[in-house]
Design a protein around this ligand. Structure first.
Ligand code: PRP
Length: 220
């Protein structure tokens, strides 16, 4: 049987995942010197016989690969899970990639003031729609692919629903948080069939990741 395959979100979550895998004793040299390769072998030593194939992917593709079972496991942000949903199990909060969804608008403006319907720009239309539905507010949502902060600056929207990590992007563009929507961190997801067929291997790996994550948390 081939090693377990893990779809890993490229970019922000990649570094922390590699560090976590290394702390569990896996050799991630292939991931550190990956060049243009997209499927990378990772293995443990004598103390950790686990083997993995790591597949570097864009965040929404992590969900697709895990849903279709071509990757048994995935590491992806809760933001992507909340926006896209899907048929997989979310088995572990990895504790890194912490940030949150927030509604933000230009400093000094009152988003909730007045009866006129508002316009919001976002990369996460489903998250935004649910948020305003929960407030029984009729808000027009415009999907933007990147640098959502531009939309209110250009006069396209009254506010944005976006990820806030340090808050620097908002600050430097004259925006401020109106309301925090939900908290986000990296999650380990599993294909449901794989969870049955390769339960022992998956649980062993998840336990190692969880244990190491807790140890790191205690140190920092
Ligand atoms: C995210 C988000 C904000 C920024 C927030 O964008 O959309 O723009 O990070 O981070 P901060 O609170 O630490 O400033 P990202 O950098 O992921 O780029 P993207 O627009 O290409 O998605």
């Amino acid at each position: 049987m081939r090693p377990l395959r893990m779809a890993l979100t490229k970019g922000r979550l990649e570094k922390s995942t590699v560090a976590l895998l290394e702390n569990t004793g896996m050799n991630c040299e292939s991931l550190r010197e990956k060049g243009r390769r997209l499927i990378l072998p990772v293995s443990g030593g004598t103390e950790n016989p686990a083997k993995l194939q790591v597949v570097l992917s864009k965040a929404p593709d992590v969900l697709t690969y895990v849903e279709h079972g071509v990757c048994e496991l995935g590491v992806v942000g809760k933001d992507v899970i909340q926006e896209h949903g899907g048929r997989f199990f979310e088995i572990l909060d990895l504790g890194f990639g912490k940030c949150g969804f927030a509604l933000a608008c230009p400093k000094g403006t009152d988003f909730f003031h007045g009866y006129q319907s508002k316009t919001v720009a976002t990369k996460y239309p489903n998250v935004a729609r649910r948020f305003f539905e929960s407030k029984a507010m009729d808000v027009r949502i415009i999907k933007i692919e990147g640098s959502v902060e531009l939309a209110p600056l250009l006069g396209l929207a009254d506010g944005i629903v976006d990820i806030v990590e340090t808050g620097a992007t908002l600050r430097e563009n004259g925006l401020e948080v109106v309301e925090r929507i939900s908290e986000i961190s990296a999650r380990l997801i599993v294909n449901p069939a794989a969870m049955k067929l390769r339960k022992r291997e998956i649980e062993e790996l998840a336990a190692r990741l969880e244990q190491e994550g807790k140890r790191e948390e205690a140190v920092t």
